[in-house]
Design a protein around this ligand. Structure first.
Ligand SMILES: [Zn+2]
Length: 325
């Protein structure tokens, strides 16, 4: 049944200009939209990725900036990848949420069973094309943004190595420890990135709302700090483009529960307001889902990535997080 018109919330503003990434299509690796630069010196293979989701343009703006400024590694290998460009190419500002993917979510296919299975989709074709590339990466920064206004969040997975890497960057303030999605495995959690016995690691940065002017700034600043952490580029390059390190002490927040929406009558009682809402008292009512009351399970409960738009049964309404430090 089609949704009644009145159920559709107003679309957010589109305050950023979309980059022309067609100019980067050729790549230099044999893979479209993948650029790899080898320094000739020992060091890790570090990769920056944009457009895991086609409408999350902030990462594409950051990578376009870095490519135009001819970022090059001084050690190891540096790669820049625009992932789901087929979805990006469907961008239509009148329906801005539609270009997240073409057939299915590119960030839910990263298990061997799915990658090697018989299913086919635009995203699986691209994933299978890029899989060998990811297998060669030691440290991956996967750049995303969010549907609703929210401060930047670094999603570190559940392993110590991911949390240590996030704290090593010193940015952004909030580091989220979470296991991903039951709907399918994220790239951040793919293969060795999530193997505690392997040093390779990946981080997923959620830069802010998809189309605000802040999000590309966060994307670039996170990418530069990622490169700085691994000593990948000339200090002079960083000095030209890095903002001062005035980040508050980082807080690590462990996601303890995801709240799925079960009815058409879901509504937040405790309004998530675009900052990281922290509910002081355990037992506080935060939402109603039909007849069910949803209350916080502990004091100082963080409401992580609340979904205010398009909240439908099956979506995750919010994740509940407990501060670890
Ligand atoms: Zn995303």
């Amino acid at each position: 049944m089609p949704e009644p018109e009145s159920a559709a919330p107003p679309l957010p503003r589109i305050d950023v200009a979309f980059p022309d990434i067609a100019r980067w299509r050729a790549g230099n690796t044999g893979l479209p939209h993948v650029w790899r630069y080898a320094s000739g010196q020992p060091g890790p293979h570090v990769a920056l990725q944009a457009l895991t989701h086609g409408n999350e343009v902030c990462g594409a703006i950051a990578l376009d900036f870095l490519l135009r400024h001819e970022v090059r590694p001084v050690r190891g290998t540096l790669s820049l990848c625009f992932a789901n460009t087929a979805a990006f190419d469907t961008w239509n500002p009148a329906e801005p949420f539609k270009s997240r993917f073409v057939d299915e979510d590119f960030n839910r296919v990263w298990s061997d069973a799915v990658l090697e299975g018989s299913r086919d989709s635009s995203e699986l074709r691209r994933a299978r094309e890029l899989r060998g590339f990811y297998d060669s990466v030691d440290y991956l920064l996967d750049i995303h943004s969010m549907s609703d206004p929210c401060p930047p969040l670094m999603l570190a997975g559940t392993r110590d190595k991911g949390i240590e890497l996030a704290l090593g960057l010193g940015y952004p303030e909030h580091v989220i420890v979470d296991a991903g999605h039951s709907a399918g495995r994220r790239l951040r959690d793919y293969g060795r990135f999530d193997d505690p016995a392997d040093p390779r690691a990946a981080l997923l940065i959620e830069c802010g709302q998809h189309w605000t002017t802040d999000s590309p700034v966060v994307a670039l600043q996170t990418a530069l700090r990622f490169l700085r952490h691994f000593g990948m580029v000339e200090p002079a390059f960083l000095e030209r483009h890095l903002a001062p390190d005035d980040v508050p002490r980082q807080r690590v927040i462990e996601v303890t529960a995801s709240i799925p929406i079960q009815t058409d009558a879901f509504s937040f009682v405790w309004p998530p307001d675009g900052t990281l809402t922290v509910v002081p008292r355990a037992g506080s009512l935060i939402a109603r889902d039909g007849p069910t009351e949803i209350r916080t399970p502990y004091d100082d409960c963080a409401l992580v990535m609340p979904m205010r738009r398009r909240a439908r049964p099956g979506d995750t309404a919010v994740r509940l997080g407990r501060f670890r430090n």
